[in-house]
Design a protein around this ligand. Structure first.
Ligand code: ADP
Ligand code: ASP
Ligand code: MG
Length: 406
């Protein structure tokens, strides 16, 4: 008998027929003698709709009430699955975040899990029930409902797997594993049997939404065995593993993209010590994350252009903050552009191979695609390009690194 946590994403619980299919799958595991805890997302599209409702209220939305609204979808699916399981003769009950409770910090909209009290869940499992846990939600300070950031049900599942000492955490979704690139964009993308935690964490942070980055981070830290697989059928998916378990390290194992970027350029900023600190310090104080940064060499020794990226959601706030401080910062113009995309190549083998970045730049040059900003880390190279070139860039890079399926 194994103890398993199984998470099903939005498309896997999109309607009653899909929920019945999930229930049948869970029943099969229970019949095979396994102890299963299920974690569910809201029906596909429902969270987006809730977010849209809050936007249409207008004005400054109270982020505590935002969480009350956007967490609603998971309550519906968890209740429906528990009912369906009961109907099939499998004892089951639903659990909302506050009922367990899953305690989080108070950062509404992207709260972090601080602790999970497994006492009641353990009792439920001991009674032979299947707990169906509403993902994405927790209980913050002052007993307020919190949410864990978009895609956060993955993190609920991993956190529960760690807390319950589960043997494995299965993430069931609408693709049958982790691919060398988003299979919806690259027709020749290949499914990977294994990928390292580190690569998966980079991929997730760089836009591959198949797993939420925090879920991977937590799995890595707590040693949770994580698998991504389809909601249908029994084919094995992709195992997330430690680097030692991968024999042959690919230079580049995947290509990812993130549309959620916007570029800001400040022209003719004074070229003197302390300027970067005075620009980025107040942005950080406002919780605006700055991602890629390039500063041009100063032609006259006095001024320089500075370009950086923020998320699209933060663009307006960042621009307002910089405009308010225009007199102090003393730049000439502020230019912003959200028609950009960040494309990245990721691979642990990069550490021991030279020329990875060069191959990327050449492949993009051959396609006539201009690189606006570059950033690198030990196992990734990212470039910012015009959004209209996204598919062409990813397809060309996939080919250039020999990742295309035959
Ligand atoms: P769920 O609702 O099940 O959480 P998501 O939509 O969050 O599913 O994540 C699955 C999607 O991730 C896939 O439909 C796919 O388009 C996308 N995706 C992006 N990059 C990759 C990749 N490298 N491998 C697999 N899927 C990817
Ligand atoms: N329903 C939430 C979202 O759409 C959480 C999740 O599905 O993981 O972001
Ligand atoms: Mg997801």
């Amino acid at each position: 008998m194994a103890r398993i946590v199984k998470k099903f994403g939005g498309t896997s619980v999109a309607d009653i027929d899909h929920i019945k299919a999930v229930a049948e799958r869970v029943k099969r595991e229970v019949d095979a003698g396994h102890q299963v805890t299920v974690v569910l997302s809201a029906m596909a599209g429902v969270t987006d709709q809730m977010v849209d409702h809050t936007r249409r209220v207008g004005g400054l939305v109270d982020d505590r009430e935002y969480d009350v609204v956007v967490s609603a979808g998971e309550q519906v699916t968890s209740g429906l699955l528990a009912m369906t399981l009961q109907d099939m003769g499998v004892p089951s009950r639903s659990w909302l975040g506050w009922q367990i409770p899953i305690r989080t910090d108070g950062v509404h909209g992207k709260a972090r899990i601080e602790s999970i009290d497994t006492g009641e869940l353990e009792k439920s499992l001991a009674r032979g029930e299947v707990p169906v846990v509403a993902g994405f939600q927790g209980l913050g300070p002052g007993n307020r409902i919190t949410t864990l950031g978009r895609g956060g049900t993955d993190t609920t599942a991993v956190a529960l797997a760690a807390a319950l000492n589960a043997e494995r955490c299965d993430i069931h979704t609408d693709v049958d594993g982790v691919y060398t690139a988003d299979p919806r964009i690259v027709a020749k993308a290949r499914k990977l049997d294994r990928i390292t935690y580190e690569e998966m964490l980079e991929m997730a942070s760089l836009g591959a939404k198949v797993l939420q980055a925090r879920a991977v981070e937590l799995a890595m830290k707590r040693g949770v065995r994580l698998q991504v697989l389809s909601s249908h059928g029994d084919a094995p998916g992709t195992m997330i593993v430690h680097e030692e378990e991968v024999m042959e390290k690919q230079q580049v194992s995947s290509i990812t993209y993130k549309r959620d970027e916007a570029k800001i350029t400040l022209t003719r900023v004074a070229d003197r010590p302390g300027v970067a600190a005075s620009i980025f310090g107040p942005l950080a104080d406002d919780s605006i994350n700055v991602d890629m940064i390039v500063q041009n060499v100063s032609a006259d020794g006095k001024t320089t252009d500075l370009t950086f990226t923020v998320t699209r959601a933060d663009l307006q706030r960042a621009v307002a903050s910089l405009e308010n401080r225009r007199d102090d910062l003393g730049y000439a113009d502020l230019l912003s552009d959200s028609n950009v995309v960040k494309v990245s190549v990721v691979g642990v083998g990069m550490r021991s191979h030279a020329g990875v970045a060069q191959r990327m730049f050449k492949a993009l040059a051959d396609e006539g695609i201009n690189i606006q900003v570059i950033s690198t880390s030990e196992i990734k190279v990212s470039v910012l390009i015009d959004e209209a070139s996204t598919e062409r860039a990813i397809t060309a890079l996939h080919d250039a690194y020999g990742l295309d399926a035959e």
